[in-house]
Design a protein. Structure first.
Length: 590
């Protein structure tokens, strides 16, 4: 980065009171403990989340008007209410927007001094890395340097399960873009080419710098996969059969601004804690973007810069806007490098044009995680009337994901607002892979509705989100097929001598309850088990006995134990003939 660029990014910070600098108590969205609009009890540098109701009921249209006027919208929506991030001055501006009514206000960041990190973080480190120390900020979140070191250590400690690759540089040129590959036989696998034997699932975190919970979720996902191999049957199956690729921190330049802002200036509006974009300030006005930083910052929104439907919805042409989409499609080195990575890892399985369907045999899946709305989103993002030709499959698979995390499911304009140039639209458009954006959120109290949840919230984030990510890795083999079939929600194994009884519960109605176009469930009509050899490796199927009739049934089979412990794989089929993803169990040795 040039000296001139650095000067523009180092703009003077507004002097703030200690209370405002360190942030104030969070209230949920919308709701409890919300301050009264117009109150003079706090300085204007305190950040709020404003609940803004569309007076005509059309929240998506209101969102577009607010974006066009330069407001910073949270990626959340409740009925006719959208949420805007800003100071009390923002509330005054909102009053001038036709069709917008401010109906509530809540503090947008936790209160008090920056929390201390836990004395030990061994519980979220793989066994061979216990006792390792990684630099942290804001009470436990690891810095970009911490992630770099963790990725290196993970690959060194588990060479048969993990490999680290760098696939490019950030805009500043100072940071490597890294991706981890987790799979059994990682040294012979994890090839940088699209034509490989194993299906691939890719998870990406922190494309928006201020969304702290996303990279932490990827850290924990990698840790649980590594520690679970050889112990947990399904995790062992996943790493044996699938390559799981993880980009823990994509927007590293921006993340470093967020780290510095939180540590130096808390979460006041003047703090760079609120950095969303990368740090490309080539288009910024002379002297940089005017304060406050929380709503006006240099950079390009990387999740509006991809070359699919670019510059059509949910964007701004103002370089200081949070959703500035760049001077042209794929203008940013991060965007170009990530696109090249996807084309290296996944085959192009879809034709040209919005109406070309990816075939049912398509392999590969991608999830990019954001905060804070509690959503499962899928293409297309530009209009609620424009559906992909794979809409039925994407919607079914999306609702199956939200069964695990309880989020709302739909296309962005159906449940949020219209967007363009996004990661998931591009990966589906360019390659045909099943592509999703998750908007993570907490489960209540001070963990909900904030970009800066206390680190203690991350246990709940992990519990709520990792099961769905395990499901996704299993579905990545043929997502457009497997996402239509029943979900195995429970298994049990009972050994008696050489006989082993395996039971399962299969539920074709395992869909999230909230969203648009929830699929209709079918009756579960069959189940099968493969012992010792997976179906994709030519294993022999044995029918399981179904008990009950309906969308949720139990099934059982008795199999023979052998001389050593082996995996068995169970699947269920609906009345339309769709088989769901396989779930693995251990068959103990006789």
């Amino acid at each position: 980065m040039t000296t001139a660029r650095m000067r523009r990014l180092r703009r003077p910070l507004i002097a703030v009171s200690a209370v405002a600098t360190m942030g104030l108590a969070l209230s949920g969205l919308p709701g409890a403990n919300a301050a009264t609009p117009g109150s003079a009890q706090v300085r204007d540098t305190t950040m709020y989340t404003f609940s803004v109701r569309a007076t005509d009921g059309d929240a998506a249209a209101l969102a577009q008007r607010l974006i066009a006027r330069g407001f910073d919208l949270l990626e959340a929506r409740t009925g006719s209410v959208v949420y805007v991030l800003g100071t009390t001055a923002t509330a005054t501006r909102l009053g001038t927007v036709p069709g917008a009514a401010v109906v509530g206000r809540a503090f947008a960041a936790p209160m008090g001094p920056v929390p201390k990190a836990p004395a030990s973080q061994d519980d979220i480190l793989p066994k061979k890395l216990k006792g390792k120390k990684y630099p942290t900020f804001y009470g436990g979140y690891r810095t970009t340097k911490g992630y770099d070191q963790f990725e290196t250590d993970l690959a060194a400690a588990y060479p048969t399960l993990a490999r680290k690759f760098s696939f490019g540089k950030t805009w500043s040129g100072k940071n490597d873009l890294n991706v981890m590959c987790l799979t059994a036989d990682a040294q012979s696998g994890c090839k940088m080419k699209p034509n490989v034997d194993k299906p691939r699932f890719l998870l990406m975190g922190q494309i928006h710098a201020r969304e702290l919970a996303t990279s932490e979720t990827t850290w924990r996902y990698m840790t649980r996969l590594i520690d679970g191999y050889g112990k947990d049957a399904q995790i062992t199956n996943l790493l044996d059969s699938t390559e799981i690729w993880v980009v823990p921190q994509f927007n590293k330049d921006g993340i470093q601004l967020t780290e510095k802002g939180i540590e130096a200036d808390g979460t006041s509006s003047a703090s760079s804690a609120w950095q969303r974009k990368n740090v490309d300030d080539d288009q910024a006005p002379a002297g940089g973007c005017p304060p406050p930083w929380a709503n006006s910052q240099a950079g390009v929104d990387l999740n509006r810069n991809f070359d699919t439907h670019w510059d059509t919805a949910g964007i701004s042409h103002s370089p200081c806007s949070e959703v500035f989409n760049g001077k042209k499609a794929a203008s940013e080195p991060e965007t170009k490098e990530l696109g090249a990575l996807f084309r290296t890892l996944f085959k192009d399985q879809r034709g040209q044009g919005d109406d070309a369907a990816a075939p049912a045999t398509t392999t590969g899946m991608m999830v990019t995680i954001h905060t804070v709305a509690g959503l499962v989103l899928f293409p297309w993002g530009t209009s609620s009337s424009l559906h992909t030709p794979n809409d039925t499959q994407l919607r079914s698979l999306g609702f199956r994901q939200s069964y695990f995390n309880h989020y709302t499911t739909g296309q962005p304009p159906e449940v949020l607002y219209a967007t363009s140039g996004t990661t998931d639209d591009w990966t589906y458009d360019d390659l045909g892979i099943a592509s999703y954006t998750w908007e993570l959120d907490g489960t209540g109290g001070s963990c909900e509705g904030t970009f800066f949840p206390l680190y203690s919230c991350m246990d709940a984030y992990e519990a709520n989100n990792l099961p769905g990510l395990y499901y996704d890795a299993a579905a990545a083999r043929t997502p457009y097929k497997l996402g239509l079939g029943p979900t195995i929600t429970d298994t049990s194994v009972k050994a008696g001598g050489s006989d082993v009884t395996v039971k399962l519960t299969a539920n074709d109605d395992a869909f999230g309850s909230s969203g648009v176009g929830r699929p209709s469930a079918q009756k579960v009509k069959a189940a099968r088990i493969y012992v010792g050899k997976a179906p994709w490796d030519g294993g022999a199927a044995k029918d399981m006995k179904i008990k009950g009739s309906g969308t949720s049934v139990t099934a059982s089979a008795t199999v023979k134990a052998g001389a050593k412990k082996v995996l068995a794989y169970v699947q269920a089929q609906d009345a339309d003939g769709n088989w769901g993803p396989a779930m693995a169990v251990w068959i103990p040795a006789a």
